[in-house]
Ligand binder design. Structure first.
Ligand code: MN
Length: 164
């Protein structure tokens, strides 16, 4: 346990049902962009992956910080969804390391956490995250938010950065 709620609440189950319905229709809205989903909770990870696939994204998965670093280096994803509370190396530290690597720092990192408090958001941004999404994931909003971060990255980096 790493201190975050893992229970399947009614919202979550509704989301899964919705996603399953969407998935069966095999909606493909294009984009072959590749997203790395870093999340140690299997239910959360599968939900996010399903939503992304429905929306035409390729997905890669990592269940801890070491795997996240490894797969970022080998797969060069276009965007990373980063659970901050993961085993081995936490999401804050993974993000710090990615953002100090000249070959990887350009990849947008969006923090995912159930701890939707102002302080956590500030720490996430200070670690180098480019954006922030609260959990539980809103399956309707997620694709819009992904698209937004894909499109605005580079502009949104103005608050930090030493010129990439
Ligand atoms: Mn977690």
């Amino acid at each position: 346990m790493n201190g975050e709620p893992n229970n399947l609440n009614s919202n979550h189950l509704t989301s899964i049902k919705m996603v399953s319905a969407m998935y069966n229709k095999e909606i493909q809205t294009g984009s072959s962009q590749k997203i790395l989903v870093v999340e140690d909770n299997q239910d959360n990870r599968e939900l996010v992956v399903k939503v992304l696939k429905i929306n035409g994204y390729k997905t890669i998965e990592a269940v801890d910080g070491e795997e996240a670093l490894e797969k970022t280096k080998t797969e060069k994803p276009d965007l990373i969804l980063m659970d901050l509370f993961i085993p081995k190396i936490d999401g804050y530290e993974v993000t710090r390391r990615l953002k100090s690597d000249r070959d990887l720092k350009h990849i947008p990192v969006i923090a995912l956490t159930a701890h939707a408090m102002k302080g956590d958001m500030e720490v996430a941004l200070a670690a180098g995250c480019d954006g922030y999404m609260p959990k539980p994931i809103d399956v309707r909003e997620l694709p819009k938010q992904i698209e937004y971060f894909m499109n605005t990255h580079g502009l949104s980096a103005t608050t930090k950065d030493e010129g990439s």
